[in-house]
Design a binder for this molecule. Structure first.
Ligand code: MG
Length: 390
């Protein structure tokens, strides 16, 4: 356990004039939350993070406390220095943990994956940093004109940057007097080993006004992905039987079949649609068709069973459910189902809002065995797949 514990040192002492606001960028609001709070919450939610130390600019203690709100009680605030290096050194002086992750408050969208990769990399390296390859072609402006630069060995370095605390402290003690752009530069100057772990485009540094818009779009996308990922697929099954008698036709799966039989029931006795209705109510935990349309209720006498299915669909969709697929089996010797399958598929698809390839209608006989074999009734089974919010 102790091998993975670390302290987060967050540098929030910058004034950030480039982001185009009077307020330092780490205090500005990003998707409803102050920028710095995004990182603080990330570290607070990681059980391996044993302390969060924040460096603020001189005189900004009250301001940062106000921005942090209730999180202020979970972090340690210290006054930073004139430079980034001075601020990090000030935090290190108060740090008791064996490992540190030094992070810029202006990178709000770091992921847990990134933190885990850095901590893992520290097992056999003095330091570790996220890095991304350079994608754009690079040139250097020289007196003779533009000279191409080989980008294959170049990386864009991000934060958090992880270190063994004692080694980073020693690096500051021996090399810390100039201001380094980041701790990796200092670590390399002091001869420490630094491992690269894959960085993340979403872990962007808010620098310009348009970076805030980009980060807000990313947060929206991540929230959408989270919503999609947290959905669950559930299954409902239905089974129904209706008695068959001599007559002049019947409704099956919403299609009228002209034949010398009829189905007997309180409504139009469409055993196919009843079965699908029950399957859908089952998948969404809404009981069964009898709960919603009791046979004792006269208003359903002779009713078109499409009403039942339509009502069940509305109830299911009101819970956030999304119907994905339905498979129906009609069990009878007569009438022949084959000639009507295409029309049934179309009608069921229409009632459930499903494309044709998400609806399957099957038919089988029972080899003249049992009540279906003797033509006393028709049975139907349905299995429906539904996506519900997790
Ligand atoms: Mg029924």
């Amino acid at each position: 356990m102790s091998k993975t514990r670390y302290a987060a040192l967050i540098v929030a002492a910058g004034r950030g004039e480039r982001a185009g606001s009077q307020q330092p960028k780490q205090f500005r609001t990003l998707a409803g939350k102050p920028v710095i709070v995004w990182s603080v919450e990330r570290f607070l939610s990681d059980p391996n993070c044993e302390a969060i130390l924040i460096a603020h600019s001189p005189g900004a203690c009250e301001q940062i406390r106000a921005v942090l709100g209730t999180h202020g009680d979970s972090v340690h605030l210290y006054e930073g220095g004139q430079t980034r290096s001075q601020s990090v050194e000030a935090l290190l002086a108060h740090c008791q943990s064996e490992r540190v992750l030094v992070h810029d408050a202006a990178r709000p969208l770091l992921s847990q994956r990134l933190i885990d990769d850095l901590v893992t990399a520290l097992a056999d390296s003095d330091g570790a940093t996220p890095a991304l390859p350079v994608i754009d072609a690079l040139v250097r402006e020289e007196q003779a004109g533009l000279a191409p630069v080989d980008r294959s060995a170049l990386y864009r370095v991000q934060t958090p940057q992880g270190f063994e605390t004692s080694k980073l402290k020693a690096a500051f003690a021996s090399h810390g007097s100039p201001d380094f752009p980041d701790e990796v530069s200092l670590a390399r100057a002091a001869g420490l080993s630094v491992k690269l772990v894959p960085g993340e485009e979403s872990n962007l540094k808010l620098t310009w006004p348009e970076d805030f818009e980009r980060a807000e779009r990313m947060i929206e996308d991540m929230a959408g992905e989270h919503r999609r990922a947290s959905r669950q697929s559930v299954t409902g099954m239905g089974y129904d039987v209706h008695r068959m008698a001599p007559g002049d036709g019947m409704h099956l799966c919403g299609v009228f079949i002209d034949c010398p039989f009829q189905l007997v029931g309180h409504s139009d006795a469409d055993v196919g649609l009843h079965t699908i209705t029950d399957a859908l109510l089952g998948a969404t935990g809404l009981g069964d068709i009898g709960d919603h349309f009791p046979p004792s209720d006269d208003q359903w006498k002779g009713a078109d069973s499409a009403l039942f299915l339509d009502h069940a669909r509305k109830l299911a969709e009101a819970t956030g459910a999304q119907i994905i697929h339905v498979d129906v089996t009609l069990i009878c010797e007569r009438p022949k189902i084959g000639p009507h399958k295409a029309a049934m598929k179309h009608r069921v698809g229409e009632l459930l809002g499903l494309a044709g390839d998400r609806v399957n209608i099957k038919a089988t006989t029972t080899e003249k065995l049992g009540f279906t074999g003797r033509g006393e009734g028709i049975a139907a089974e349905a299995v429906i797949t539904v996506s519900i919010p997790g």
